[in-house]
Ligand binder design. Structure first.
Ligand code: MLT
Length: 406
């Protein structure tokens, strides 16, 4: 008899963004002539930076000749990209991360989901609330989350992020083994200071825990006093894995390229309490299950770090940050309390009503798609998230429509 993984039956019906897409499709089917504006899922709309496109084309051309053709590449990624990442994203911030600690992949979503495969099934997992649903769902699939009761899984430890703690949870009194952190945060747009991250690194070192640090939105940080990497905090090499992505940085959501950093000192423990390094485990997992990102895509990602690429990426992010500013200003003018949107593409808005009700109101009356905060967790109830990923014209139009409705 073929038995299924029954942990899947413990998942909530479907992935948040699929639920939203279904509601939007239903509305669009019923109103085929109406023009919906999407400020829901954080998907970029601007084309790839020209420097990346040029490198992408050249990468494709390399495949056209026997002299420059590339077959299987190294699963961990080509040295040219890993070295560019180490130099530009880490050495430039004073973080000692070497190229062979970087694993190129096809997405931070996949990596944050897959990383738990190298951890024991009895690890106690802490997740922020509100939370990017992938951290929770992948642990449900693995059987670590327990059962769903009153809006939460009973074996997860929830780190409540509310306006009372500026959406930056402090380490819990309880002992947990794995902690997911995401800064700039999805969905609240909150950013953490060095002092706040240090509390977590100290906690992880003291409790033999591991931090899974998702920095997919790091390129939106404009405040120079904010840390960009967990490795800016002393001791983090021993207790933290960091995830980054070219998706939101350089428009690679469709192209796919990201990376995960597993420092060589980063440790776990065997059931006997002996230290066991995570780098070889992730390397083994990556080589066994992943065939690498395609060569032209890695060439395109490398171009993010060229002088021209850096300038173009900055302009691209400035463009979305300007959208965020418009959304923030307009929603504040309408009397809403808003968070994020300054070093982040997400604006977290206290809707003063049920999240899905507010979502439906904006969809049905303003034809603007947002994301209901409750889809990210109990603490998201009453909020909606508006994303800055769209053209400035559409953002302005969306805000004008919302103003009429509210
Ligand atoms: C989001 O809207 O939260 C993100 O686009 C989801 C993702 O990057 O997977």
């Amino acid at each position: 008899m073929i038995k299924i993984n029954e942990n899947y039956s413990k998942l909530k019906a479907s992935y948040l963004f699929s639920d939203i897409a279904k509601r939007v499709a239903t509305y669009q089917n019923n109103n085929p002539d109406n023009k919906i504006i999407k400020l829901g899922i954080g998907d970029v709309t601007k084309p790839l930076p020209p420097a990346c496109l040029e490198a992408f084309h050249k990468g494709v051309d390399d495949l056209a000749s026997e002299d420059t053709f590339m077959g299987y590449g190294p699963e961990q990624g080509y040295a040219f990209l890993r070295e560019a990442v180490a130099k530009n994203d880490f050495a430039s911030r004073g973080c000692a991360i070497s190229a062979d600690e970087i694993f190129i992949s096809d997405g931070a979503k996949c990596d944050t989901g897959n990383i738990q495969e190298i951890l024991s099934n009895d690890c106690i997992i802490a997740v922020p609330d509100p939370v990017y649903p992938v951290y929770v769902d992948t642990n449900v699939m693995a059987g670590r989350a327990g059962t769903w009761k009153d809006g939460r899984y009973d074996k997860l430890v929830y780190l409540e992020s509310t306006n009372e703690n500026d959406f930056i949870p402090a380490p819990p009194d309880a002992k947990v083994d794995v902690i997911y952190l995401c800064f700039p945060n999805n969905p609240t747009g909150a950013t953490a200071t060095k002092e706040q991250l240090k509390l977590w690194v100290d906690y992880a070192l003291k409790n033999d825990a591991l931090i899974l640090f998702d920095a997919a939105y790091v390129s939106f940080i404009r405040d120079e006093t904010l840390p960009q990497s967990i490795y800016e905090i002393e001791g983090a090499r021993e207790c933290a894995i960091e995830f980054r992505s070219f998706s939101k940085t350089a428009g690679f959501t469709g192209t796919r390229c990201a990376y995960t950093v597993v420092p060589k000192e980063c440790r776990g423990f065997t059931s006997n309490g002996e230290k066991a390094m995570l780098h070889p485990l992730w390397n083994r997992r990556h080589c066994t299950k992943f065939n690498g990102v395609s060569y032209p895509v890695q060439r395109a990602a490398e171009a993010v770090y060229s002088e021209q690429g850096k300038k173009e990426v900055k302009d691209l992010i400035d463009y979305y940050l300007n959208n965020a500013k418009i959304i923030l200003q307009e929603m504040k003018k309408l009397g809403y309390t808003c968070y994020g949107g300054e070093n982040s593409p997400y604006i977290w808005i206290d809707g003063k009503m049920d999240s899905w009700e507010f979502f439906d109101l904006l969809l049905n009356k303003a034809e603007v798609v947002t994301t209901p905060g409750s889809g990210f967790g109990t603490c998201g109830e009453g909020f909606i998230r508006i994303s800055a990923f769209n053209s400035v014209e559409k953002v302005e139009e969306a805000m004008a429509r919302i103003k009429k409705v509210l």
